[in-house]
Design a protein around this ligand. Sequence first.
Ligand code: ATP
Ligand code: MG
Length: 340
Amino acid sequence: MAIIVGIIIYRSCWLKQSLITRAGWFGTMVFSLGELLVELFRKGDNPFDEPGEFLGPYPSGAPAIFVHALASLGESTGYFATIGKDDFGKCLVDRLVKSGISTDWLVQLDEWTTGVAFTHFRSDGSREFIYHSGNAAVGQLGPEMLDSDALSRCNWLHLCGNVLGISQKTRAASYDAAAIVGANGGRISFDPNIRFELMRREDIWPLCKPVVEAAEIVSASGTEAECLSGVRGEDDACRAILELGPAVVALKRGELGCKVFTKQAEFEVPSYPVTEIDPTGAGDCFDAGFVYGLLRQWDLRECAAFANALGALTVTRQGAMEAKIGLEEVQRLMKEGRTQ
Ligand code: ATP
Ligand code: MG
């Protein structure tokens, strides 16, 4: 009977609704939203106020990288995002299509240009960004562009703090999405992905609070955990975040791996030795790996090891969305302990 009713719904709804309906029956559906942009990397060590070369465009944006990583593992994904009517937008659509990410919720805005992030990895290890985002298509994703029917049926929603900082519209869209998913029993993850170019330090907690309180897991670097909680020391900062509602806090520690905090336990899980080519997106892929495990009800240690392996493999490639890292590759690294 359910199948017959389902077929009627499938035939009578928009395509996007039929896709989510089917996913709801036969598998999981993970959504994210916002910050679909191209990234241009500064070559060499020239600062941005001097002429120099850029490498790119590379499809990017924290939630896009997260969704791409999960789609590469075979998960069904949905993504609410806005692009402009230009070749950077085309570059992004091509990437999503090649990656198997549904473009049903992608909106092209003819009057806005596609968002751009200019990124500079300085030789001392620090990073600098210039964003063309709030006043670009990427800043126009408002709550009215969400599909509440699809969101109410999804299993998981991943939100990012940098999206909260892009514009009032993207913030409102993030809050609304969290409210819809939360009210319908879906699960939520949050990565603060703090970018001081997008958010003032004093705004971090007020803006992130509604999402942190709704999230089952928060994954953050040590500095991000401290900024979010206002507590000094990364371990104490993670413990303070746990008090705010999430069941799990995953502290991302680069090549060292991660540390997992729950009310019952705290443990470190080492990462895997790899040759780092480009660190972009390691954190977002780590998030995707952790969510992949949580969706399968894996033990938290297993989730953390899988997340580490996915994060480690990500840094071995230039561009966070250039390569598809599949399940076999992650499992091979976990089994053999090193890349070939
Ligand atoms: P970003 O915001 O730039 O994506 P992040 O600070 O959120 O980064 P990182 O700690 O840099 O996240 O990386 C996330 C995870 O990826 C780490 O916890 C680790 O598991 C893995 N990882 C990152 N860099 C390396 C590395 N060089 N070697 C091994 N594993 C790594
Ligand atoms: Mg990060």
